[in-house]
Design a protein around this ligand. Sequence first.
Ligand code: HEM
Length: 396
Amino acid sequence: MFSATCTLSLLALTLPTVFIFFILRKQSKCNISRGRRLTKVSDAYALLNPPLPLACQLQARAIANKHLKQTFKINSTFVDDSVDVHAAFTKKALSLISVREVLWNQIAQVALETVQSNLSHLESNPHHIRFDTFIQRITIRIITVSLLHGDPSVMHPHDIDTVARNINKLWILSKTTVNIPDTLVGEINDHLRRWLPTSLKQENPLEYLIPTYETTWRVIAALVAYTYSENSIRLALHLFLENPSSSQFTRFCDEHPSTESIVKETLRLHPPVRRISRAVVIGSSLSQLFCHRTTLAADIEAIQRSDVWGPTRHEFNPWRHQFSTKEQRKTMLPFGTGPLSCIAKEWAPRAVAIIAATVLEEVKVHRQFVLVMGPCMGQREGWDGWTIQLGGTNNM
Ligand code: HEM
């Protein structure tokens, strides 16, 4: 049914051959291969926002994300082509983040308690922690408590670390093997079921932790890393933490750029979703028998560093967003674009700013800790050499 609808729509829309999306029956005998990375902004928009029915676009995403279904045993809209699953999942996810203004203070409160208790633990022993482990630990706790309404009293740091470690392992395995041990997901869900309220326990709790946590921790880590030594930028984050309102989020003056621009610049250089893939068929709709299915990936990282941002495009400079051009703004795709783009694109930047600002205040201002920087900034991996440790000299 979907295939017929998609095909008719395609014929009616007569898209150019290269970008013909012909979403096939699941039983199709098409060959599948890993396709090209698209680094032109117009190609990314064509891939992510094609003039096709939602059902076709969901199918294109589900096929491209098949490995996530196998790895995380999830059935959410990221891996399922059903329009009903999409509606139900996005509705539920939206309900988690539809907080009124006043609740931003509650997120800030949970962030403060979490960061303080983790640093207090370090003050006694062992005085230092890997930076990525620290950020993962606090992000899981803050998200679980403030978004998923988990019970913080049953969340032990050791178990939180296990959940973070297993999620990381699963991502790595998803790229290298199809033989993924069930125990990793089983262990994560055992912990999540203890932490979460009954309404989320009944479903696969990982479905909600993956989109909320996995992207968020990496933006928080990059934001802290970029701003740790930048006093004027830290001032903006400090003022936002004192008053986490939407007007303060966008406020800038001669002394500092806006918090919104600081988060945007972090997302520009370090988009946690570096590539967004869709399954496509290259060729004409008549060549179904000989078709070749491939995945194309919009290379978000490359597009956001393209030369429209000038010779300093690889440098961290939040001011550029204060005075950006339409052409530059078009390259900003950290949350994707089109009907499947992120439902949290308004919420997430403010949440990561609150959490990163709390880490900076507590580590750098209120306690005797320093962030020791490693040789280069990491993504999901690659934070070797980065630690938070007690005492020492600030390396700014
Ligand atoms: C900085 C943090 C985040 C980033 C960078 C991010 C990025 C993205 C991207 C790139 C997509 C599009 C995927 C595609 O087109 O295939 C997406 C989709 C989505 N994200 Fe996020 N995300 C973030 C945080 C969150 C949070 C906190 C939530 C949950 C509350 C969330 C829920 C979703 C959902 C439900 C979708 C699917 C939307 C749909 O299918 O209509 N994301 N996200």
